[in-house]
Design a protein. Structure first.
Length: 159
């Protein structure tokens, strides 16, 4: 698709998350800006994964993933989980374990531990539909991505 198309899509601000899974005692992770809720009852979420991602097989084979919603001060982690191999991505990153054993990025403002409900082919990506098993959140500002830049939401006061 053209660069103009990608530029137009970048006008839509999104939150930033790190998706993790654990397969054969190895952690896998990547940065994601396509996370969304699908349903409240049942609790379903989705995100999109490139067909060629090295994280796809571990997620499918382990039947799940965890979504860590990054805090406003975690832009460095968003970049770290875009580069290098999976071992390098986790190097020096503090994590806690979800009940499933998957990594939750410490300092994240929310997390969702999901069973893989379905992987749906869609163009050059797969839609990873997950059934939320456990979750938590805390106060704080989330990291936002718009026009290829990180930022935070400016809260406007209206009368």
């Amino acid at each position: 698709m053209s660069k103009d198309y990608k530029n137009a899509l970048s006008c839509f601000a999104t939150g930033v998350a790190v998706i993790t899974t654990r397969h054969n005692n190895v952690d896998y992770g990547l940065t994601c800006s396509s996370f969304n809720s699908v349903s409240i009852n049942p609790a379903l979420v989705l995100w999109s994964l490139n067909h060629g991602s090295s994280t796809k097989a571990p997620i499918v084979e382990s039947n799940g993933y965890t979504v860590s919603i990054l805090a406003a001060d975690q832009a460095d982690l968003a970049m770290k989980f875009c580069l290098g191999d999976h071992e390098q991505r986790f190097e020096g990153v503090p994590v806690v374990r979800a009940p499933s054993g998957r990594a939750i990025i410490e300092g994240a403002i929310a997390w969702f531990d999901c069973e893989l409900h379905e992987s749906i082919p869609a163009g050059d990506h797969d839609i990873m539909l997950g059934h939320v098993q456990k979750y938590a959140s805390k106060t704080g500002e989330g990291l936002v991505f718009e026009r290829s830049r990180f930022g935070v939401v400016q809260h406007l006061v209206t009368s």
